[in-house]
Write a protein that binds this ligand. Sequence first.
Ligand code: NAD
Ligand code: UFG
Length: 335
Amino acid sequence: MTVLVTGGAGYIGSHIVAVLAKSGIRCVVLDNFVNSDPSVLERLARITGAPVEHVRADLRERSVVVDTLRRFGVTDVIHMAGLKAVGESVGHPIEYYGCNIQGTISLLEAMQEVGVHRLVFSSSATVYGDPRYLPLDESHPTSATNPYGRSKLHIEEMLHDVARSSESWHIVCLRYFNPVGAHPSALIGEDPAGIPNNLMPFVAQVAAGLRPELQVFGNDYPTADGTGVRDFIHVMDLAEGHQAALQALPNRPGWEAVNLGTGVGYSVLDMVKAFEQASGVAIPYRVVARRSGDIAACYADPALARQRFGWHARRGLEDMCHSTWAWQKMRRSMV
Ligand code: NAD
Ligand code: UFG
């Protein structure tokens, strides 16, 4: 098996490459580094013990994608490349649809031309919109409230049509909940440019003294402590979920969407407390108004992933926080 990982230099992609390479699966990364740094590949090589085969290109350069699939004899694709900041997508919809949707079409055309038909796509729990019930199973209705979410939904639907068009396609859309944590080596992890949008990188930067305090977006939600509840999943579990999905794919023709979550929801304040314990550092925080577009609670029913791939999340909150903190300290020592 040779796997093309589009967006493989990014946060989740780099962990997937680390996990697959450890199992002896050959990976080829295609990335334009719009939201990552080429040095990730050097650090990945230290983890895997061999140089990471890679192509620096935009996914929309279809001829390069065709050439990459042929040159490396790719059998399977994990498609992670895309833009992912919800707020930014509202102000830059054309850029988001261009990158995410045109990028996917370019990839599909290339795969069709070369005859590669097995695809794992990075989708998101955002496609469930505001939950009508919890936990969220895969038959929960889908909707989107911003261009990022809508691009994920459009891509899922497009992939469904592609799978209906010919029996040769094997496509799985993995709907991630909230990935956090880092590789145990602390050599790779989430490395957002500028002010982090997401909770855990922000908390880690407060702990490191890079930011004075965390703003907690609302404590008047209908949850146990009033703060938002999410299904935080360790990025290593998420990466192993991709490996399990890849292994199951040859026996699963057609299209399917499968949640990757833990099934457990933790609140913002739960995460702050867990991070304080793991790091031994107090996290100052202040409750401010709700963030526009946020939902109260979101967590997965993870049963289908266990049934289809024999996979379930194994790592707990402590490991998520410890590894985030170890990576945060390592990252600071690198700059
Ligand atoms: P990331 O930004 O760290 O990684 C994405 C990678 O894709 C980056 O290395 C970037 O340089 C690359 N890329 C972007 N556009 C490209 C293009 N046109 N051509 C080539 N490379 C391109 O993001 P991540 O957190 O690792 O997320 C990976 C995927 O998972 C994304 O599709 C994202 O939407 C999805 N996802 C992420 C989360 C999350 O919370 N992190 C949750 C659900 C889904
Ligand atoms: N939060 C704060 N302060 C912050 C950042 C976040 O209180 O500085 C709160 C939010 O209000 C929310 C919770 O922490 O209650 C989690 O927020 P994140 O921004 O970390 O994550 P979201 O659940 O909003 O969204 C993330 C990704 C989406 C993805 C979704 C589901 O950003 O792209 O998970 O996978 F769709």
